[in-house]
Design a protein around this ligand. Sequence first.
Ligand code: MN
Length: 250
Amino acid sequence: MILLISDLHLIDARPDITRAFLDLLGGRARAAEALYILGDFFEVWIGDDAMTPYQLSICQALRELSDSGTQVFLMHGNRDFMLGQAFCKAAGATLLKDPSVVDFYGEPVLLMHGDSLCTRDEAYMRMRRYLRNPLSLWILRHLPLRTRRKLARKLRNESRAQTRMKANDIVDVTPDEVPRVMQEHGVRTLVHGHTHRPAIHKLQIGEQAAKRIVLGDWDRQGWALQVDEQGFQLAAFDFVPTQLALPGSP
Ligand code: MN
């Protein structure tokens, strides 16, 4: 069995999401051959050299899983594209490039974060091209921490403000881009996250039936895609309510 998740947006201000993820690591993920995390695993990542104690604890939890025998694969999202080899090495994870074709029980499956499918958002695509080129990445990695923190805050604020302003269809995938990229990679199944619109879309590519599986984000509930010989199962699960400490209670 293989598990795929994305868009957890892990941050220490969300102990409920963190708890749910740690529960998954100690539970279902232990029984899996592999865990794929398709981007926006962390809400923000300014460099492997600037890991917070919280991020380090997540790294160690992943390490425990990989040491237990479950392979861990990580793909960059738009929030954590600075996640690097040092983190992956420490976590016992393998960094996957976006896009990647993997073999799941004999079927080639295309994995992406999903932001590169939203081609109608031209301003974002321009910024993405700029931020992801090797020279920009090198410069970003060598900026002082203070400057990187400031920059990350600015990018997050802009992304939030612009997502609110943009038309709904602009922040979703471009319909024509999906069959194009699937044909380019010779697959009939695509799995991605990013849009926070979990669904299994049935498609027709030429004469062939195909599907696009969109993973959900972890905000009010968790989402995981389970793959086995029987096929693909996308399901949400509730977060365990955190114990509320009432004033005056022990
Ligand atoms: Mn994203």
